[in-house]
Unconditional design. Structure first.
Length: 375
């Protein structure tokens, strides 16, 4: 420790002598010293490093600072003045690593940087693991369309009601934003309804049939913890016999909500799949993938396309085999979809989405999808 302290004093004295080349040399030596010894340095020694590096940041080339920013962004005991100086640096390549990851920046620091209005800096902040409502409000107030999209795809970003309303308003003119927003687990049901009313059918179809994050079920009690359910691999099913039975039932008018509801309550999901396929006029193999936890929206659309009531739909959603129970927010979103979608749009969506699932391809282009839209 004494050797480190004496080295720091020598470097500090050297830093005061100035000169670009000398500054770069001292900067490299102090950086190497800190990175190799950080786990063994005392707070006073870290403060000494901080005084040297923070003073040199404005005097050395940006290329030297980028690597330092990357290194310090992942270090919990990184010198605070240095982190702050890097975060406020005019060069976005220097600022970005600490803006994205460093825990050494306070919310006040981040808000001050957001208020500078530098879009590259704002974009970097959007990638932080967690963002408060206060930060997202500020980012949306001063950020451009790229900032809105970055926030919408960040699962750790929290939005005020006003913030979400702003995003929904912008999504009307931005298909990419609408898709990202529609897949968020925390989007309030009333705003999902508004989003569905604002965007084109092709955009609805893309996010309603796309995989979305799965909410983690929470155990109740003092030791409550998030528990993620394992994905269930379902064996291949031959639906020939059950389809024949349900076709007869359908012809006599008995394949109704009550019948499908009973299938769901009893866990007879072969019958549920076959019934949805028959009533929505698609293949059973197209409905099967919708039973995965991440296909919750698609399952609701299929139920709507099959003319099932919300009461039956919620029973199907709640009893999916191998899936965690839906959260109240997810149920709010599901009922918003069920109530908002026109039958014709739901049928078109599940049929188009089904084609994509079976083909295991990415989203079709809006032009290609428009060709599929019913007249």
């Amino acid at each position: 420790m004494a050797a480190v302290s004496s080295t720091l004093r020598a470097e500090l004295n050297g830093a005061e002598k100035g000169g670009p080349e000398h500054d770069a040399e001292i900067f490299g030596q102090v950086t190497d010293l800190f990175l190799s010894s950080v786990d063994h340095l005392s707070e006073s020694q870290i403060n000494s490093v901080d005084g040297v590096l923070a003073g040199l940041i404005g005097r050395v080339e940006a290329t030297l600072l980028v690597d330092l920013s990357e290194d310090l962004s992942a270090i919990e005991r990184a010198p605070r003045q240095t982190i702050r100086a890097l975060a406020f640096h005019h060069n976005p390549q220097v600022a970005a690593p600490v803006l994205r990851r460093s825990g050494g920046l306070s919310e006040a620091d981040l808000l001050e940087i957001v208020n500078s209005g530098r879009q590259h800096h704002l974009l970097a902040i959007c990638d932080r693991k967690a963002l408060s409502e206060k930060l997202t409000d500020a980012l949306m107030r001063l950020g451009d369309v790229n900032v809105s999209n970055a926030l919408a795809r960040n699962a750790g970003a929290r939005f005020s009601e006003c913030g979400y309303a702003t995003l929904v308003g912008r999504a009307e003119r931005d298909e990419s934003l609408a898709e990202k927003l529609g897949l968020r687990l925390d989007l309030p049901g009333n705003l999902l309804r508004e989003l569905l009313s604002k965007v084109a059918d092709v955009v609805q179809a893309r996010f309603l049939t796309a995989p979305r994050p799965v909410a983690k079920a929470k155990a109740e009690g003092a030791l409550a913890a998030a528990v993620e359910q394992p994905r269930v691999t379902r064996p291949k099913v031959d639906y020939t016999a059950v389809q024949s039975e349900l076709t007869v039932l359908n012809r006599t008018g008995k394949l109704n909500d009550g019948a499908v509801n009973r299938f769901a309550v009893r866990g007879e999901y072969i019958n549920v799949v076959a019934a949805l396929a028959l009533k929505a006029d698609v293949k059973p193999e197209a409905i099967e993938p919708l039973l995965d936890g991440e296909r919750l929206y698609g399952l609701v659309v299929a139920c709507k396309a099959a003319r099932l009531s919300w009461s039956t739909t919620t029973m199907i959603v709640r009893n999916r085999p191998g899936c965690p129970p839906p959260t109240q927010r997810e149920l709010d979103q599901c009922v918003a979809i069920h109530e908002s979608l026109l039958l014709s749009v739901a049928q078109w969506t599940v049929r188009w989405g089904t084609d994509r699932l079976l083909a295991k391809t990415g989203p079709a282009s809006p032009q290609a999808m428009a060709c599929k839209k019913p007249g």
